[in-house]
Design a protein around this ligand. Sequence first.
Ligand SMILES: [Zn+2]
Length: 324
Amino acid sequence: MTLPPPLACPVAAMIPPPAPAYRGRFAPSPTGPLHFGSLVAAVGSYLDARSHGGEWLLRMEDVDTPRNVPGAADDILRALEAFGFEWDGPVLWQSRHSAAYAAALADLRQAGLIYPCACSRKEIADSATRPAVDGGLAYPGTCRAGLAPGRTARAWRLRVGAGETAFTDRLQGRQMQRLEADVGDFVLHRADGLFAYQLAVVVDDAWQGITDIVRGADLLASTPRQIWLQQCLGYPRPRYAHLPVAANAAGEKLSKQTHAPALDARRAAAELVRALRFLGQPAPAELASARPTEVWRWARQHWDFTAVPRQRSVIFPDQPENSA
Ligand SMILES: [Zn+2]
């Protein structure tokens, strides 16, 4: 007679499964259809995750609801599917995750790390003396010591330090900002009542257990703020790799703002080949007329992170070289 299998030890059952060694993500904003620039970020993060035997999660960064374009999120998901991406687990929608952002904000408030700010855009423009790293103006700290009498809170800002916030990017090398001078105390809860992107992205990366962030170098200047916020919330710091962004011949980043064309899913293989070549991977031209699964087979066998250009932007032709 065979014995039944032993019951699982109840204590062992309470121990959470080990965190994966690698969990990456792709986090598009539904402000328009998938274009070449976002495809590059998706391909780079996907192949880096899979080449590490890691997971790859999908997050819809729709926290800035006034910027969302109706139907764009569904278009992006359909395009990713047509291009042959396979993500792990359900999609995280930031617009449905407000409770987590509110809880993080409450923790920061409890710890005295955030403060209400009454400044309008114009007041900041009139009083700021330094440009911020990503355009705009560094917040001069007007409301740091408390609101002046009769002033009404509009937004909540996070105190930043005067010292260096530094990290080493896997592609771009050592990066450093002095947040107080380079950015100033930054907004986590906006005057219009919405949670700021910086808060949502940091909370979600921790909530999803992301170990590795591979994204476009246009977000390089945001990273020290995100690292500072991770430290304030006691979150672990992921590894970072900022891919070069695709620029047009005028040196402008390909984006919805520069009217980058939407990707045609009927040309998925050709677009994947273009994205691979942009990332320094010598995908054979004949793959452009193959099926996406064949491009992925080649890409997963040949992915070489060390071949990715270590630049912030690379000029890339607007038009595909290989028409399938
Ligand atoms: Zn203020």
